[in-house]
Design a protein around this ligand. Structure first.
Ligand SMILES: [Zn+2]
Length: 293
């Protein structure tokens, strides 16, 4: 291998997202083969858990996932496989901004400027945090998790493409079987649940790649798979003006993906330039759980 791990990660972050295009594929539910999973109810208010708070540990265990899906053969692979939500439901006149913190070597940065821009403009967002980033940034995690402007979501335990057959994306090896899919989803879900007091509602894998068996496993574990329709920063590789154009052009109903772990790039200044004009036009922004009931 000639590339350093840092270079591979940078390539993956940019390559995985560059060149994607909006896809209007409705989420099809991907019902599992057994009873409905203990999905977190979108009606739960963010700051006031009900008396019967969801268990922080997924009810469906690793052995059960392996028993259900150990022999399943997937047919799809990519960023828009069955079970991936790429847009808000029809009729939602709002836009969802999502920011990933990928974690690991070269991925544990924190774009404080970007977060300040969101706070200064009162713009809510959903933050997909990888388990390694959470471990590396305890103070920042606490600040973000305590801010009602932000919804914390699951960006995987080790930032792996989600496959039951070991498929890779952009030189990052994917999970190899159903058990590893469980580990990638449930490991970080348990970490976040312990810190937040409730499990995350949404999952996005490293590189945002999936097969459709893996997305069903995510559903069984009580989370929904969040894709995107607008690529805001192409893995934090775009300049400020390109980011501004992408974000400014995002229509109502869009899910915008960008990154919050690459300070000093074009992401923060791009959003700073785009958001005031959108707000002046009356654009509303929502966290994912507000729009995806
Ligand atoms: Zn990532």
């Amino acid at each position: 291998m000639v590339l350093s791990r840092r270079a591979v990660l940078a390539l993956a972050a940019g390559g995985a997202l560059a060149g994607s295009r909006p896809v209007a594929e409705a989420w099809r539910g991907a019902a599992g083969p057994s009873a409905a999973p203990p999905a977190a109810s979108p009606a739960i208010p963010p700051a006031a858990p009900p008396t019967s708070a969801p268990s922080p540990v997924p009810v469906v265990g690793r052995a059960e996932v392996v028993a259900r899906y150990g022999d399943a053969v997937p047919e799809e692979w990519g960023m828009t496989t069955s079970g991936v939500i790429t847009e808000l439901p029809g009729g939602v006149r709002a836009t969802a901004l999502t920011f990933d913190a990928c974690g690991g070597p070269g991925g544990n940065g924190y774009d404080a400027e970007l977060i300040e821009i969101l706070r200064a403009n009162g713009v809510p967002a959903t933050l997909f945090l990888n388990g390694r980033w959470v471990d590396a940034r305890p103070a920042e995690f606490e600040s973000l998790a305590g801010d009602p402007l932000f919804e914390i979501a699951n960006h995987g335990t080790a930032h792996r493409p989600l496959s039951v057959t070991g498929r890779s994306a952009y030189a990052i090896a994917g999970t190899r079987d159903a058990g590893e899919v469980y580990d990638e989803v449930a490991g970080n879900a348990a970490k976040l649940a312990a810190l937040l007091g409730r499990p995350p509602r949404f999952f996005r894998s490293g590189t945002a790649h999936y097969d459709e068996v893996a997305t069903r496993i995510v559903t069984d574990l009580g989370e929904r798979v969040a894709g995107f329709s607008v690529n805001g920063d192409a893995g934090a590789t775009l300049g400020a003006d390109e980011v501004r154009r992408e974000v400014a052009a995002a229509p109502p109903g869009a899910i915008v993906i960008a990154h919050m772990n690459h300070p000093g790039g074009g992401t923060a200044p791009g959003f700073a330039a785009a958001l005031p004009a959108l707000l002046a036009e009356g654009r509303r922004f929502v966290r994912l759980h507000e729009a995806l009931a």
